[in-house]
Design a protein around this ligand. Structure first.
Ligand code: SAM
Length: 301
């Protein structure tokens, strides 16, 4: 689908850049680091020790999020039913060709990834994994409606570069698949995405930054439908939105991406939103940035 260029990130782990989407797959700070802090830690996987869980990995890419998940679950005898959605087969082929990537995980992960690349499927005593190739907006419909996910990872390119996977209509399909105690986890702290998830009835939390400064004010979002305060593990590093983050959701940046029939082009989704922002009475995002002394670059996806 797209031309891909190898990128070695700051922690030494390999990643890719998409020429088509004009964006890197991971933060320059580290692909491995990003997976661990933004997806694996907030998943609080110890909850599933000796138990079974269903996970949906949207925008599988090289497979860092699934690999890290499998690697942790192998250590604690959990039973996993994994579905992955991805439009392009090349990133997985790249992962399988990269010894340094495969060496990050237990050998079982290579076995599973090889089966996914060859047969789209893997099954053994503990793990049942399936990858559905194609546009996630369409392929999500193939997942049986009886399956509710304990964890959903949403790792698309940023909303500005790939709005197709951040629209109200797509996120509504995604949240329908979330188990009542399930966590939807994304690296994105976009006001539009957060507001959409909140409007869909989920309680939203911010993934705490590892170091707090104006540029890194959040590492992403965890959305939970029936939040149980007693069950929240402090180690998962999530917290209520700060006043600054709440006020972000009152600005024009919170205007959602829309894709009524789930088949719009990127440009149509973006221009529809720009038009809506133009006529909106919501607070200007510039004023919010000025109040909180932020530069444009610190307000990430
Ligand atoms: C930021 S990368 C994902 C990073 C990934 N989780 C990893 O560990 O490498 C985004 C991925 O989304 C995929 N993608 C883009 N548009 C998509 C769509 N409409 N449906 C499914 N996958 C899509 C791209 O091919 C790319 O692999």
């Amino acid at each position: 689908m797209s031309e891909l260029i190898e990128v070695i990130t700051k922690d030494g782990s390999s990643s890719l850049r998409s020429i088509f989407f004009q964006e890197n797959f991971h933060s320059f700070l580290g692909a491995l680091e990003e997976t661990k802090t933004k997806f694996t830690a907030p998943s609080d996987l110890q909850r599933y020790k000796d138990k079974s869980l269903n996970v949906l990995d949207i925008c599988f890419g090289l497979g860092y999020n699934s690999a890290s998940l499998l690697n942790e679950l192998l250590k604690q005898k959990s039973y996993l039913n994994l579905y992955a959605l991805e439009i392009d087969r090349k990133p997985l082929k790249y992962s399988l060709s990269k010894k340094s990537f495969l060496k990050l995980w237990a050998p079982k992960v290579t076995e599973i990834f090889e089966a996914l690349s060859r047969n789209d499927f893997f099954e053994d005593q503990f793990f049942k994994c399936k990858i559905l190739w194609g546009d996630a907006r369409e392929k999500i419909n193939i997942i049986p409606s009886s399956i509710k996910f304990d964890l959903i990872y949403l790792d698309g390119f940023s909303p500005q570069k790939c709005p197709q996977v951040w629209t109200i209509e797509f996120l509504s399909k995604v949240t329908e698949k979330l188990n009542s105690q399930g966590y939807l986890i994304t690296y994105s702290s976009s006001a539009a995405v957060r507001k959409t998830l909140r409007n869909l009835g989920l309680e939203i939390f911010s993934i705490k930054p590892s170091f707090n400064n104006k540029t890194f004010w959040s590492q992403g979002t965890v959305a939970i439908s029936k939040f149980d305060k007693k069950k929240l593990n402090p180690k998962c590093n999530i917290e209520k939105l700060s006043l600054m983050e709440e006020e972000h959701l009152l600005t024009k940046a919170s205007i959602p991406y829309r894709d009524q029939n789930l088949n719009s082009s990127k440009d149509d989704i973006i221009s529809r939103r720009l038009n809506e922002q133009l006529f909106s009475n919501l607070l200007s995002t510039k004023k919010w940035r000025e109040k909180w002394k932020m530069t444009k670059s610190s307000v990430k996806s």
